[in-house]
Ligand binder design. Structure first.
Ligand code: NAP
Ligand code: MG
Length: 478
């Protein structure tokens, strides 16, 4: 199946007749192929989705939709180990991370499956003799373009809420990693999703992705990836006067005040940049430390970084390889520039002995102090590189934290509850954690950015609003 596209409830060869090799980042070797879908396949998928929307799917009750989705969640759970093995090999991530991802992927289908029949509207008080209904209706056919960093989770995150709302969908996964998403597509087929409700067309971004973004037959598009492609998606949406949701990454700060419980901060701040080798949109890639504890806390971080081990996905250590040679070059470019500018390297983790040759390994690194105006403190590296930045007081911390083009997430560490809340309120971003970070997938928590991190919200019940549209019905009954 993995070399085919899934359209109208069936697997078929892509129109190109071609495939794309799939490389394991742990050793750089080709181990599978996926279909090279393109404009013709996207067009067939959009048409199938439209037929399904106007046909049987449009007539299913929310309860039926929810039940089908719950079954997908169950299937993912039953196949969790198989899926985790696929995901780890495809992305290079340590197996324990891939296993956690499958729990989250299943949760998306469970959460939105259970929510499908709870999307209530309103009755609005109006003139005498009138009743006004406000309904949440499906948008129609939704397009989805997802990245390679969490293929299974992203599949659930973007598809589950749209299906719950009653839409039909066409999804273009990332060429660099999508095998687990394709396997979950098979599982969704097995539980009996009607033909055309879910369509999955792998392929290159410039081909299948661009064809989807520019297709006149979709009603909405949800995109997660780089700001550059986000601009293309928004332009295409503008051409067709349709809305989009964009999730474009960040430069999220962890703000550590002098009264924080440093023992509790240490593992969480470390994990926030090492998880998935830093290739997480909400990676905590800046650590802002109050000057009075800067040396002490940085000393603790240095010790911790020195103990981190980098290995292949099946060695299952703290950190795996990056997704591709291109991504490794990009990360090394940031590292070279920082070195050239004389920014001190405080710690560099070790690569485990006996790593397979040809893998895309990059050790977690800690730089500091990084001037808050430097690109290492402002741009998304998307690798395991942490920038330490000292600050003087609350106002200084807020200024530095908000001083990047991004605004996705932030972590605040302090036992002073009033201060934590003041700073949380001052953060220009979409999600703030106090004395914690990440929170295990956070399916229930509305998530998304401001500024260059994008717009719109996914996750939580908020996603149900993105994937539906309001209709007001005004009845004059006298
Ligand atoms: P990307 O190019 O934006 O890829 C994201 C998705 O968009 C993939 O499915 C990609 O397809 C597709 N795409 C690419 N060009 C397209 C186009 N012209 N029209 C429509 N879709 C298109 O991101 P990347 O190149 O993989 O990574 C580059 C940087 O983006 C990273 O270093 C990181 O900074 C950022 N990023 C952020 C996130 C996040 O979670 N926010 C995720 C990934 C990357 P193909 O990849 O199959 O070509
Ligand atoms: Mg790409």
């Amino acid at each position: 199946m993995s070399e085919q596209v899934y359209i109208d409830g069936a697997w078929r060869k892509p129109a190109s007749g071609e495939t794309i090799p799939v490389v394991c980042p742990s050793d750089g070797k080709v181990f599978a192929h996926i279909a090279r879908g393109g404009a013709k396949d996207i067009d067939a998928a959009v048409q199938a989705a439209r037929r399904a929307f106007e046909g049987p799917w449009g007539k299913t009750t929310a309860l039926e939709r929810g039940r089908l989705m719950m079954k997908v969640g169950e299937k993912i759970t039953q196949h969790a180990e198989e899926l985790a093995q696929i995901e780890a090999r495809d992305t290079g991530k340590p197996l324990k991370q891939a296993r956690a991802d499958m729990v989250a992927a299943a949760r998306y289908f469970e959460f939105y499956g259970a929510a499908a029949d709870k999307v209530h509207g309103d009755v609005v008080p109006f003139l005498a003799g009138y009743t006004v209904l406000v309904k949440h209706e499906p948008r129609g056919v939704t397009g989805h373009i997802i990245p390679w960093n969490y293929p299974a989770q992203m599949f659930g995150r973007t598809l589950a809420p749209t299906l719950a709302c009653g839409n039909t969908a066409v999804l273009k996964p990332a060429e660099e990693a999508c095998l687990a998403a394709l396997r979950i597509t098979e599982l969704a087929h097995e539980v009996g999703f009607p033909a055309g409700v879910i369509n999955v067309v792998p392929g290159y971004g410039e081909e299948a992705g661009a064809a989807l973004a520019n297709h006149p037959g979709i009603d909405f598009i949800a995109f997660t990836g780089s700001p550059g492609v986000g601009v293309l998606i928004q332009k295409a949406s503008a051409e067709h006067l349709r809305p989009c949701v964009l999730e474009l990454g960040g430069k999220s700060p962890q703000i550590v005040f002098e009264d924080a419980n440093l023992e509790a901060v240490l593992p969480v701040v470390t994990n926030a940049i090492v998880q998935n080798a830093g290739q997480t949109c909400s990676a905590g890639s800046r650590v802002l430390v109050q000057r009075s504890i800067y040396d002490r806390f940085i000393g603790m971080l240095v010790e911790r970084f020195a103990k981190l081990r980098v290995g292949s996905h099946d060695m299952d250590l703290e950190c795996g390889p990056l997704i591709s040679a291109g991504q490794r070059d990009r990360v090394q470019g940031f590292v070279r520039a920082a070195k050239a500018e004389g920014i001190p390297i405080l710690a560099e983790a070790k690569l485990a002995p006996g790593l397979p040759a040809g893998g895309y390994y990059a050790p977690p690194m800690l730089f500091g102090p990084v001037p808050s105006t430097n690109q290492l403190a402002r741009e998304e590296v998307f690798g395991p590189v942490l920038s330490a930045i000292p600050f003087d007081d609350e106002a200084d911390a807020i200024r530095i934290a908000n001083g990047t083009p991004y605004g996705l997430a932030a972590g605040i560490w302090s036992i002073d509850g009033s201060r934590a809340l003041r700073v949380a309120n001052a953060m220009r971003c979409g999600q703030v954690f106090v004395n914690g970070y990440g929170a295990g997938g956070g399916i229930e928590l509305p998530f998304g950015g401001i500024k260059k991190s994008g717009h719109g919200r996914e996750k939580g019940l908020e996603a149900l609003r993105e994937f539906s549209v309001i209709k007001t019905i005004v009845i004059n009954h006298g």
